[in-house]
Design a binder for this molecule. Structure first.
Ligand code: NAP
Length: 328
């Protein structure tokens, strides 16, 4: 089969399409024929020299994939089931989705709702799953419909899907972006208004900014997350999932002890089977309200992955890059 293999040896990184056999780790692994994968920020981190994310010297990349089960011993996921696979060690410490076939343990595999095609599943991908997981965490915290919710990194995978999901569910997403030229695109995806990366909070000389956001979905981290905490309304929460700007967080305790705000950590990687089913079911219910094709930056073949990683590292993508593993 065709697969995109990342290999590090003698301080040299090789990333290339190879013809290899898919191999199971365990006899209980499901074999999935991959229709689509997608490019995530993490994939670019895996395909880097001395990666702190990749845990094997050589593996097939791709932290997610969608396709059809072609071999299974699991009665809940029989052959013929259309599925999405993501998270855990997929594409990080075992072969992932940048291939025509992939083996996976059942715990990383979720049956897709009837309404969600494998193509839409990978337009959503790990990024969109994380975006909706973030929104559901805010809703569980008490987010009210019709309120303004900040989305950072808005043209990226998590950000653009967060904007679309928020709009579809009756919230007013405010998109923060460093890509001002994409403002109209963000408004067309459902953003109520668009602000710059540095416009998240006011009153820079004071400990707290004006109470502005009823909630926030942040995948940027660092100073951006600190500014969000200063500008959340009383009792509001930010769902934090990423670190594209920085993994450091320098803040004070004032937002927490005087405004009762909450910092909600979001992890999709070790999401439980129950969470996976809850999120994918919710996607199935709103799928008809979103123009998913408009969230596709482009569709690529395995050979084009290195260029896609450069775009992700440079923050120049818009929405999601779909990966089709079939021969070109
Ligand atoms: N916790 C989890 O389970 C989980 C799951 C998925 C992703 N993530 C994390 O979420 C983050 C985003 O992932 P993604 O796949 O959405 O990435 P992405 O598609 O590359 O989007 C990131 C966006 O962040 C903005 N950005 C880029 N560099 C920036 C910088 N230096 N400062 C501020 N903003 C910057 C850009 O948007 P604008 O140009 O619009 O500002 C960019 O499009 C990553 O850190 C990823 O590891 C975590």
């Amino acid at each position: 089969m065709r697969a995109f293999v990342v290999t590090e040896a003698d301080d040299t990184l090789t990333i290339e399409v190879q013809d290899i056999e898919a191999t199971p780790r365990d006899p209980s692994d499901l074999l999935i024929a991959v229709d689509y994968s997608g490019v995530n920020f993490k994939d670019a981190m895996v395909a880097a020299l001395k990666s702190r994310v990749r845990r094997l010297p050589s593996l097939v990349g791709g932290v997610d994939a969608a396709g059809t089960v072609v071999h299974s011993t699991d009665p809940t996921l029989p052959e013929g089931t259309r599925v999405v696979v993501h998270g855990g060690v997929v594409g990080v410490a075992r072969d992932g989705g940048f291939a025509q076939f992939t083996y996976s343990p059942a715990r990383y595999v979720t049956a897709l709702p009837e309404s969600v095609s494998t193509r839409v599943a990978m337009i959503v991908g790990t990024a969109g799953f994380t975006a909706l997981e973030s929104l559901m965490a805010l809703e569980d915290h008490g987010l009210e419909k019709g309120s303004e919710v900040l989305v950072t990194g808005a043209t990226g995978g998590v950000g653009s899907l967060a904007v679309a999901f928020l709009a579809a569910k009756g919230y007013l997403p405010v998109a923060s972006t460093g890509s001002a030229k994409e403002s109209q695109w963000l408004i067309d995806r459902g953003a109520r208004r668009v602000i710059g990366r540095d416009d998240v909070a006011d009153n820079p000389g004071r400990v707290l900014a004006t109470e502005t956001w009823a909630g926030a979905i942040d995948c940027v981290g660092g100073e951006t997350l600190a500014q969000i905490l200063r500008s959340l309304r009383y009792g509001a929460a930010v769902a934090a999932s990423g670190l594209v700007a920085s993994a450091e967080l320098v803040t004070t305790v004032y937002p927490f002890i005087t405004r009762s705000v909450a910092l909600l950590g979001i992890d999709s990687v070790e999401a439980t089977k129950v969470t996976r089913e809850r999120v994918w079911s919710a996607i199935g219910l709103i799928v008809s309200q979103i123009d998913f094709e408009s969230l596709v930056d482009r569709e690529i073949r395995l050979e084009e992955l290195p260029e896609a990683f450069d775009d992700v590292r440079n923050g120049t993508t818009r929405g999601r890059i779909l990966v089709n593993p079939a021969p070109g």
